[in-house]
Design a protein around this ligand. Sequence first.
Ligand code: SF4
Length: 263
Amino acid sequence: MIPAKSARKSAKTSQTRPVGKGVASAGASHTTEAGAAAAKRKSSGKRSANARMPPDAVREMFRRFAEANPAPKGELEHVNAFTLLVAVVLSAQATDAGVNKATRALFAAADTPEKMVALGEERVRDFIKTIGLFRNKAKNVIALSEALIANHGAQVPRDREALEALPGVGRKTANVVLNSAFGEPTIAVDTHLFRLANRLSLAPGKTPLEVETKLLAVIPGEYLLNAHHWLILHGRYVCKAQRPRCEACPIQDLCTAPDKVTV
Ligand code: SF4
């Protein structure tokens, strides 16, 4: 496992494009000093543009996420590091549920780079034709399988640079694989994390890389490994883009989001 310090340092390299789009259960209200402070801040007027969620509130937020869901998991189905890598590549601009529907049969037929290459691009395309951009994705799945065989002994490398050199693999995909397959404390910034980081002033930024770098700096080290799972689940099921479920939110008292709905 790379230390958090290294992960923070490595976050300063690529990806500058902004992005657009299992369950942290909602809890009862939590009366804490951090919560009381947040409530006071909210009632005392508008937040300034640069106001950040205070460190005590950040820590309390992750403490609650951890208490409610101590071992969060990603929702993309996979059986090994290779199928995780393929599933993440297929998930670009697609839902996890849609990807899982297609990959159950695909991974039953091919769960290694060798089997995927033997299957061939046309058959891979057939398996994943319900997923957006399937033609290009099928090409990438075959190309990355060939690259793994040629350059990495048919194994998924535990190395950011090597991962990002694979066809169809960018920083976000590399972060998911490093975290979920190898236990590295990386943060994959998807649409939910990007929205939450900005909405909650947790780690405001204009690009995924800026948000990732700030998240790595503000999330307490003991929560880094699971942080992106908790944030994705919170964004997907509670703090939704259009209608955040503030009434069921376990961190409502910590939240100072301008669009928070109070009852
Ligand atoms: S906006 Fe609403 S749902 Fe999102 S974190 Fe704040 S209180 Fe929770």
